[in-house]
Design a protein around this ligand. Structure first.
Ligand code: IPE
Ligand code: IPE
Ligand code: MG
Length: 239
């Protein structure tokens, strides 16, 4: 068996599908929204620990483009939580010199939240020790459609020829441009699907599924996922 060099055992970029908030709450006889509140606390703990473990990029799937179809009341509670998160928790991240970016269709959010997202990105743009990417109103298909339109326009403007379009052209047109591909995708709650998350970017990521609901996921669980990753024999299609 090929063993990996020590520094390859820690994924550089971890992408997390934070699932199971609703079931966590329902099983406790609480409204689903309580699960979302508890899930926000987990985010704080996991980011802190990821940084400590030497992970450089964490992408968190917090709200999908499909999640807008949830009941109005649940969407409202989530919006209030995101707004609070961006005011308080993101401010703390800024103080710790964490770079924060957002991917997803931000035009669907209220104006004040859009402004806050732009401001945070601007203010943290020069930090490069630890980068948190929040996927909000994100859908990989939408992101790819936007990228295709972008590339088509560039071709029409004769910036390059169709024959010159390559992997890098697509990377540059996606909202994740400049961010290395995820090495490890973690999904909590027992579901084993991707749910429209980073389809292009995770082509060769290692996938890790755990039955633990997101509000219960803790530092030790992240360590277990990292350990499992460290034992994987990564392949990228070559022999
Ligand atoms: C994930 O938890 C959080 C969001 C999608 C916002 P869910 O709300 O999907 O929880 P379950 O899957 O219904 O338990
Ligand atoms: C995926 O979870 C999106 C987030 C975790 C934000 P969902 O709970 O929305 O996905 P499905 O509906 O189970 O595929
Ligand atoms: Mg879910």
């Amino acid at each position: 068996m090929i063993t990996k060099p020590e520094d390859d055992k820690i994924p550089k970029h971890v992408a997390i599908i934070m699932d199971g908030n609703g079931r966590w709450a329902t099983e406790k006889g609480l409204p689903r929204t309580e699960g979302h509140k508890e899930g926000a606390k987990t985010v704080k703990i996991i980011l802190e620990h990821a940084k400590k473990r030497g992970i450089k990029y964490v992408t968190l799937y917090a709200f999908s483009s499909e999640n807008w179809k949830r009941p109005k009341e649940e969407v409202k509670v989530l919006m209030d939580l995101f707004r609070k998160y961006m005011k308080e928790d993101v401010k703390e991240l800024q103080k710790k010199k964490v770079r924060v970016s957002f991917i997803g269709d931000r035009t669907r959010f209220p104006e004040d939240m859009q402004e806050r997202m732009n401001e945070v990105e601007r203010e943290t743009a020069d930090y490069n020790d630890f980068h948190v990417i929040l996927a909000l109103s994100y859908g990989a298909r939408d992101d790819m459609i936007a990228a295709i339109k972008h590339i088509a326009l560039d071709v029409m403007d004769r910036k390059y020829m169709i024959s010159n379009i390559d992997e890098e052209t697509v990377n540059e047109a996606l909202s994740t441009h400049g961010i290395p591909y995820p090495d490890l995708v973690i999904r909590t709650s027992g579901e084993q699907r991707i749910s429209n998350f980073l389809l292009w970017e995770i082509a060769y990521a290692e996938l890790y599924f755990t039955p633990i609901y997101w509000p219960d996921f803790n530092e030790q669980d992240l360590d277990i996922a990292i350990e499992a990753y460290g034992r994987r024999n990564r392949r990228f299609g070559a022999v």
